[in-house]
Design a binder for this molecule. Structure first.
Ligand code: NI
Length: 172
């Protein structure tokens, strides 16, 4: 098990549409363990495989409050089969450093996919879980939360991020 490097905006891998997982082998199981380690260490409540440079359809998440035992969840080839309502929730993203903003999404979703053993599962989520599922599945389709906000907010973030990257370059 190891903590992986998280790709950040504007890394092109984040724009890539992830391909379906074909078989659940030892290397995929290793990736799942590493992604969970990476998510908990960050810390974050969700992570998509393309955020660690592997453009395959795999997400991990855990929305359990911090004072409760961990409940690591895995979805392979997740698909939103039902969505309803709308909600606005403040989001952040491990791939979009130093940025938190309200994003409008569906309030309830049903997602189908496979668990880490390859068994079909259905996850129904409301509130925060619905937000995380939509946010992570967006990653698999090459979308960031930046693609779900106003053009003005997006432009301001891009400008700030470019400055940040430039000053990192200059300081080595
Ligand atoms: Ni994210």
């Amino acid at each position: 098990m190891s903590v992986l490097n998280i790709c950040t905006y504007p890394d092109p891998v984040l724009k890539q549409k992830a391909v379906p997982v074909e078989k659940i082998d030892e290397s995929l199981k290793g990736l799942i363990e590493d992604m969970l380690d990476t998510m908990y260490q960050a810390p974050g409540i969700g992570l998509a495989a393309n955020q660690v440079g592997k453009p395959v359809r795999l997400i991990v998440f855990d929305v359990t409050p911090k004072d409760q035992p961990r409940n690591p969840r895995v979805l392979i080839n997740p698909e939103i089969v039902c969505s309803e309502g709308s909600q606005s929730h403040e989001e952040g993203c491990l791939s979009v450093p130093d940025f938190y903003t309200e994003v409008k999404r569906c309030s309830k979703v049903t997602v189908r996919g496979l668990d880490a053993q390859g068994q079909p599962v259905e996850v129904e989520g409301e509130g925060l879980l619905a937000v995380v599922l939509q946010h992570e599945i967006d990653h698999l389709d090459g979308f960031l939360m930046l693609d779900r906000i106003s053009a003005l907010k997006r432009a301001l973030y891009k400008k700030r991020r470019q400055k940040q990257l430039k000053s990192q370059d200059e300081t080595g």
